[in-house]
Unconditional design. Structure first.
Length: 340
């Protein structure tokens, strides 16, 4: 019985990607005419059976892989909403989703999961930050890859991102609009480029309003733990009247620290955080925050991955998704009192 020739067989013969073969045989853009003709000639020579102008069953079926660090998986609200959206959009297009957690050992030793070497894998989504060398190893497989909530100048892949600078700018402008001029920043800019960009947005808002930048009120290497936040803040000789926190976790901690130090929220100190996650909705009072539509992240990521598969030779792009400010009870105009 004659063995059926697949697109992967043609790709292996020519030492090119399966996606390039798919583009050529389906008549889509993404490969040069010279390469397209070579692929068609090789397919005919090998006895490949295909139908022009219509996707074959082989093209429609396939697997997408989601890679994420153990830390990203631990952020259930963040990961869960994005994944459900990804799974829904992928199912509409007859794609199977496989989730793979990357632990510290794998990321340090650049150990790629075996699933990436399965011929059925057509695309990869990387959720949040792993390490730059590890992501480079993933993209080095040649499988179309889209990054979600992460980017880096050394990474050659499309990225779906929050518009971090403008979102942070909006959050700090809210505080400035209430009359605050002594505004603190807390976040670990080494953890993620997103947090560094939020610091830039914070500084831009101060600059635009001619408010002097005070480095004593900027904790840009903050560890997200109660003792560290408490020890850093309580040492300040002069407290800010407001804090911008790069995520809801730090917003929750600043809220707790302020109460420990004898301050009332928002009478003494206002707080704005980021993400509109569960922690911003269970604090007392509820925290003003920048809302991120995680389900939209998932939809755009899938759309971009399909686009990348269809356009493998196009330049890599970054898509910035909007946010909006949710004003809750943790912010008000500053009131000068015995504490400040």
């Amino acid at each position: 019985m004659k063995v059926k020739v697949t697109m992967q067989d043609i790709a292996d013969r020519l030492n090119i990607s399966k996606n390039s073969v798919s583009q050529a045989l389906s008549g889509k853009d993404g490969v040069s005419e010279e390469t397209r003709q070579l692929i068609i000639d090789t397919a005919n020579e090998m006895g490949y059976t295909y139908s022009r102008g219509r996707k074959s069953t082989e093209e429609e079926a396939g697997t997408f892989v989601i890679l994420a660090s153990e830390f990203a998986f631990s952020k259930r609200n963040f990961f869960g909403e994005i994944y459900l959206s990804i799974e829904k959009e992928a199912a509409k297009r007859n794609k199977r989703m496989v989730i793979q957690s990357i632990d510290h050992h794998a990321s340090e030793q650049l150990i790629l999961p075996p699933i990436l070497f399965d011929p059925s894998v057509e695309g990869i989504l990387i959720l949040s930050h792993i390490t730059t060398p590890y992501i480079q190893a993933v993209t080095g497989t040649g499988i179309p890859t889209v990054l979600i909530d992460h980017h880096h100048p050394d990474l050659k892949a499309d990225s779906i991102l929050t518009n971090n600078r403008y979102a942070a700018y909006t959050a700090v402008q809210h505080l400035i609009g209430l009359g605050h001029t002594r505004i603190g920043f807390i976040g670990n800019i080494q953890f993620s480029p997103s947090y560094y960009e939020r610091l830039e947005g914070y500084r831009l808002a101060l600059y635009q309003s001619a408010i002097e930048y005070n480095p004593l009120w900027v904790f840009d290497h903050a560890i997200e733990e109660m003792d560290d936040v408490f020890n850093a803040v309580q040492k300040l000789d002069e407290q800010p009247t407001a804090w911008f926190c790069v995520n809801d976790g730090l917003g929750f901690l600043i809220n707790s620290v302020m109460y420990k130090l004898g301050y009332q929220i928002p009478q003494d100190v206002s707080i704005v955080s980021f993400d509109n996650g569960q922690l911003s909705r269970i604090t007392t009072p509820l925290t003003t925050t920048m809302d991120v539509d995680f389900s939209y992240f998932g939809r755009k990521a899938i759309e971009q991955l399909f686009w990348r598969i269809d356009h493998p030779e196009e330049p890599f792009i970054e898509i910035l998704l909007p946010t909006h400010l949710i004003i809750r009870e943790s912010t008000q105009h500053p009131i000068h009192n015995q504490f400040l």
